[in-house]
Design a protein around this ligand. Structure first.
Ligand SMILES: [Zn+2]
Ligand SMILES: [Zn+2]
Length: 137
């Protein structure tokens, strides 16, 4: 997502863009995407700077680090960025900042739910689905 500085009017500018996760190299071993990123942007220009309010949304998925089940969640983030401007600034490319803001919020140990019971260490049954028959508690 690129902003052409001299196209930002006095009253501000609203931009909305869908970005493919692959374009920003967002998927990792752990974190996958079920949707494009939806980025809504309000841009305001003050004398020597641009203020950019970003609203980022996507559906992500991962395997739970305890029970290994795949699950998905809605990622949402609001962030405000400031870009100082000088006479030579014609464009501002938001992509590196968008990428960084998304990756900063990746869970280190994804959990399908906060109290996921995980797998039985003996028989491997998913304990979220009830007790297992192996007798191990
Ligand atoms: Zn789980
Ligand atoms: Zn068991």
């Amino acid at each position: 997502m690129k902003i052409t500085v001299n196209q930002v009017p006095q009253e501000g500018l609203y931009l909305e863009e869908k970005i493919k996760p692959a374009e920003l190299d967002l998927e990792t071993e752990l974190i996958k995407f079920r949707s494009d990123l939806l980025v809504k942007t309000h841009i305001y220009r003050i004398t020597n700077a641009l203020t950019v309010e970003l609203n980022i949304e996507a559906i992500m998925c991962a395997n739970c680090s305890r029970c290994l089940d795949e699950f998905e969640w809605e990622f949402k983030k609001d962030v405000q960025l400031n870009f100082p401007l000088d006479i030579s600034t014609a464009f501002i490319d938001l992509d590196p900042d968008i990428r960084e803001e998304v990756i900063l919020d990746y869970p280190i140990k994804p959990l399908c739910k906060i109290d996921c019971k995980g797998l039985c260490v003996k028989c491997g049954k998913n304990k979220n689905e009830g007790g297992c028959n192996c007798g191990f508690t």
